[in-house]
Design a protein around this ligand. Sequence first.
Ligand code: SDX
Length: 425
Amino acid sequence: MSKFAELHYEGKVYQLPVVEGTEKELALDISKLRDESGFITLDIGYKNTGATKSAVTFLDGEQGILRYRGYPIEQLAEHASFLEVAYLLIYGELPTQAQLATFEREITIHTLVHEDIRKIYDGFPASAHPMAVLASLTCALSTFYPESRTTEGTNLNIIRLLAKMPTLAAWSYKNEMGHPLNYPNNALDYCSNFLHMMFAYPTETYTADPVVVDALNKLLILHADHEQNCSASTVRMVGSSQVGLFASVAAGINALWGPLHGGANQEVIEMLERIKADGGNVKKYVDMAKDKNSNFRLMGFGHRVYKNFDPRARIIKAACDNVLNKLGINDPTLEIAKELEEHALKDDYFVSRKLYPNVDFYSGIIYRAIGIPTEMFTVMFALGRLPGWIAQWKEMTANKEPIGRPRQIYIGAPERNYVPVSERK
Ligand code: SDX
């Protein structure tokens, strides 16, 4: 039996259907509100607004729960490969052995990019941020591999994007370093191949450390999707104009780059280095973060949805100790991060606002330990998030969702007439 909420206004009553999700989340369906009442709703930053009904990812910010297609992130991070998780997110089920083998093979044989794409790198200055390069080249893929609306064509472009993004990402780093580009090696798995393209040199043989490969696999899984975050919503919004997969994902890469979103992982390490250079005075920076006039935030802290520990941060924090110990690395910024967390979580400013470490707080420490340069941290986030963006785009497209077009409340000038420039004061 359908349930309704009622809106009473100036003697009239409007019924708003109640929508209930799998985990009993509740929403008021306002899709007919304006036609029936003239009202729109206003929710700047969409803090309380659902943009869609999705089956991809479930998260509960109060409980610190995150599941991809129903599977808890803790189990996937522990037992799955990144490509298994990519398949799960995009196609809805964990692949059988045969399906996974086919998926892996398909991706392996599409890791090369058109040789003309190499020439585009020559046009970027060495100082180009790898996120700008990645976003540009992801969009440029549509000039080499036309967007498609058929199922076969779409699936081929999904494979191409998953296969080529690691190549584009690694080449953006090599281009920045002025090193020769490394071509993909089809004998390697997804993570080992990326590390090979990033760190191999023509002058010596490179073999990825299994500890590093495992850490990268875990990090990519933990970043793979996060329901309607800023960049996924961007992919859905841009995709709703039916522009196609490559252009929609390129828009998502740009949204992710922002320091309030995926760009935070780079900002966290720069913040920790600043604290280290300042004698490790953690209290000074916690106090600064509380001072509205300081313009300083504790990067990697706080989250729009998690009002408890970000479950990904827990896993990454534990992995930090494990990876650094196995690699025999002593990174003083890890101790500073732990001290910062401990200090903040005893401070009412953070406790009262439910500000906990998020996915970005510890991830940079592992990225650095496995050799990823700081400017590539957000590119790593994009590599992980790619299957999530694809899954969200595919769901939006399959559901034939209408073009996104929010309303507004106008607060500008009332009607007025044109005044010739000669008469303006
Ligand atoms: C990601 O949405 C997702 O799912 C994103 C993500 C994903 O997987 O896709 O999880 C990835 O983007 C993680 C977030 C990475 N960003 C950062 O770490 C940047 C630092 N964090 C903040 O800027 C902030 O916490 C946000 C952007 C993450 C969330 O911002 P909100 O929800 O808009 O909350 P807000 O800015 O309104 O903050 C509420 C209060 C404010 O104080 P008051 O006005 O109540 O006095 O908390 C304060 C803020 O000033 N606050 C912080 C703070 N974060 C919030 N104060 C100090 N340091 C911080 N980090």
